[in-house]
Write a protein that binds this ligand. Structure first.
Ligand code: TRP
Ligand code: SF4
Length: 337
């Protein structure tokens, strides 16, 4: 049976962290077996907020792909590409923008959050004049074009992206209605079941909060960052009974990266006051380092062979453009343009 198309993208934020790994990449790797996967770096989307910070963009895009490949996104199974290299996406974005009512994008809750963030600070952390650019307003339309250009049926996303995907489904219905066609599928979201990993300080994990552990961090850096993880704050001494359920970072990392027996042991010893937090985190650092040793090795090999990686991306760009061109030919016909 022909596999269905699946599309997902990540903005080009540079080296990825353990939250991306647990929340997104492990899921993407599995989905490669069941779907025709189109995985892309959303470099146009990155410009919606970082249009004035493009110095590191090229490297950031490459870093994202290096992490994907090291983690097992396989170019033999999936198409890996840069959004900006598939011009059909931009063409579709223009056409979709013609049929999308303003208030659909204006009431996008994610947009409101983004505006709040840029209002408070610019990407250097300075106070900023609040401003909403046309491109940022069009964020969900561009995202719809990403998905519809491959006529995807399935889109793995986090909960934070569900509102966007709802707009995509509305746009699909509107397009099909206006042009009396059944050309586009209504894409279904596929949520990951894994809970969100917090940063070492217990806040949302993110590069800009400097609380993240990168997939590509070396062992020392990882071990040091793990030692900063917050633990059950109610515990004063090592032999006080602990509460793993209140240990929002370290214990959650155990659950994400250690096997079942170890998690069980940590839980019992912690509750019984037989496990100090420092020792516990030292062991955790080691577990995480073991977990990523092969991935990191693979990443170093890829870093030393960037040309091969660029070839993979070029190939992916071409294949994605071929797929999108097939869809766009039908779109142009349908719209009579
Ligand atoms: N908006 C998504 C994010 O910030 C990235 C993205 C862009 C995307 N286009 C997409 C995800 C299309 C899925 C499908 O995470
Ligand atoms: Fe968390 Fe481990 Fe300390 Fe228990 S012993 S509170 S699980 S770090």
């Amino acid at each position: 049976m022909e596999k269905n198309n699946l599309v997902s993208g990540m903005r080009s934020t540079g080296k990825l962290h353990l939250g991306h790994y647990i929340g997104v990449i492990t899921n993407w790797v599995k989905l490669q077996e069941e779907f025709n996967c189109f995985y892309f770096v959303a470099d146009w989307h990155a410009l919606t907020t970082k249009y004035d910070k493009t110095q590191t963009l090229k490297q950031d895009k490459l870093d994202v792909v290096l992490d994907w490949l090291a983690c097992g996104i396989d170019p033999k199974k999936s198409i890996i590409y840069y959004q900006s290299k598939v011009l059909q996406i931009a063409e579709l974005h223009v056409l979709l923008s013609m049929i999308t009512p303003n208030n659909w994008v204006e009431r996008d809750p994610t947009l409101k959050d983004m505006v709040k963030i840029i209002k408070n600070k610019d990407s250097d952390g300075n106070d900023n004049v609040p401003q909403l650019n046309y491109g940022l307003l069009g964020y969900p339309i561009l995202m719809s074009a990403d998905i519809m250009a491959m006529n995807a049926k399935v889109v793995p996303v986090g909960i934070d992206q569900l509102a966007h995907l709802e707009i995509t489904r509305d746009i699909v219905r509107r397009f099909n209605n206006i042009y009396k066609t059944v050309l586009f599928n209504e894409p279904k979201p596929k949520l990951t079941e894994t809970p969100l990993l917090l940063g070492v300080d217990g806040q949302k994990m993110g590069k800009s909060f400097q609380n993240d552990i990168k997939i590509s961090d070396d062992e020392d850096t990882t071990a040091k960052k793990i030692m900063q993880c917050i633990t059950d704050r109610s515990r004063a001494r090592k032999d006080d009974p602990g509460h793993p359920d209140k240990c929002e970072v370290a214990f959650k990392y155990y659950q994400a990266f250690a096997n079942y027996e170890i998690v069980d042991q940590v839980e019992c010893e912690c509750k019984a006051g037989k496990r100090g937090c420092a020792d516990c985190k030292r062991q955790l650092g080691k577990i995480i380092n073991d977990n990523f040793s092969i991935i990191r090795q693979k990443r170093r090999e890829l870093e030393n062979d960037v040309n091969t990686v660029l070839d993979i991306i070029n190939e992916g760009n071409k294949k994605a453009a071929i797929e999108a061109e097939k869809v766009l030919q039908k779109v142009r016909e349908t719209v009579n343009i």
